[in-house]
Design a binder for this molecule. Structure first.
Ligand SMILES: Cc1cc2nc3c(=O)[nH]c(=O)nc-3n(C[C@H](O)[C@H](O)[C@H](O)COP(=O)(O)OP(=O)(O)OC[C@H]3O[C@@H](n4cnc5c(N)ncnc54)[C@H](O)[C@@H]3O)c2cc1C
Length: 248
């Protein structure tokens, strides 16, 4: 059920030079019920008083089933962006208006695929961070594989990269490929790939009878990966998309 609630900033740090991780708590002290993969909206006004809003995927790692006490998001700064100015300058203790949860970019209990292909660029990786506890449960059954292809220009821009690496180390059937398009890691890892995520797909040989794909982040990446997966024969209901389009 969608609710409107004020959020107070209780913590933050920079994940990359222009990406801020923000941790909020509801001012009313209530937890937020959400399904990993969903997003919330931040409501504010332009300088002329016109109301507007922006969407942000919930990044919180809960237990995958219960409401969470803290609402975490990662905000990638956009030059001249209205929400960027608000969220980039928000001080600890300040309050913003929010609503949610929204969206259906979630794992589905009825899926019977052998493998999930999770693709992301930039802050588009945050829904997968929130999904980690659910993925852990799926992987524990032993008959599923999950591959995360995460695209960034450089290793500094692989947000939560060490968390995904650690998850991959702990789960044999979870693979994490950092796909670096501009500059390889200073100390390359065997799982690294060069180039854009949609170009790394071919090596995984996606199959209609085996794979379900999730695509999140930059709209150009989502469109290119969608086209590539359709060429591999995946039906459209097995290619789930969340495009981070500007609301303006
Ligand atoms: C479902 C959904 C979930 C989202 N989740 C996240 C998230 O978790 N983290 C996150 O950072 N963003 C996310 N976004 C994008 C976010 O909602 C905003 O669009 C983004 O933060 C820019 O808002 P802004 O007000 O700062 O810029 P705006 O004022 O909207 O835009 C300023 C200018 O920059 C251009 N612009 C906007 N976005 C980009 C961009 N990405 N690259 C280049 N130019 C751009 C606009 O066209 C405009 O000219 C999501 C979007 C959707 C639809």
């Amino acid at each position: 059920m969608v609710e409107h609630f004020p959020l107070r900033l209780v913590d933050s740090h920079m994940l990359a030079p222009s990406v801020r991780h923000l941790v909020f708590e509801r001012v009313d002290g209530a937890p937020l019920a959400f399904v990993p993969g969903q997003f919330m909206q931040v409501h504010f006004e332009y300088a002329d008083g016109t109301p507007t809003r922006r969407s942000y995927s919930v990044a919180t790692v809960g237990d995958g089933a219960s409401p969470v006490a803290q609402v975490e998001i990662a905000v990638s700064y956009v030059d001249g962006g209205a929400a960027t100015a608000l969220l980039g300058n928000l001080a600890l203790g300040e309050v913003i208006a929010a609503s949610g949860p929204y969206g259906r970019f979630c794992l589905q209990d009825a899926d019977r695929n052998g493998r999930y292909l999770l693709l992301a660029t930039g802050t588009g990786v945050t829904p997968y961070r929130a999904m980690l506890p659910r993925l852990e449960k799926l992987l524990a059954a032993g008959d599923r594989e999950v591959v995360l292809l995460y695209g960034a220009r450089t290793e500094r821009e692989l947000l939560y990269g060490e968390q995904f690496e650690a998850f991959a180390q702990a789960h044999a059937n979870f693979t994490f490929h950092g796909c670096l398009s501009r500059e390889p890691r200073s100390i390359p890892r065997a799982s690294d790939r060069r180039g854009h995520v949609q170009h790394v797909l071919a090596e995984l040989e996606p199959r209609a009878d085996h794979d379900i794909a999730y695509l999140c982040g930059n709209p150009n990446m989502v469109d290119a990966a969608y086209a590539a997966l359709k060429d591999f024969g995946l039906p459209v209901q097995h290619i789930r998309r969340e495009k981070y389009v500007s609301a303006r």
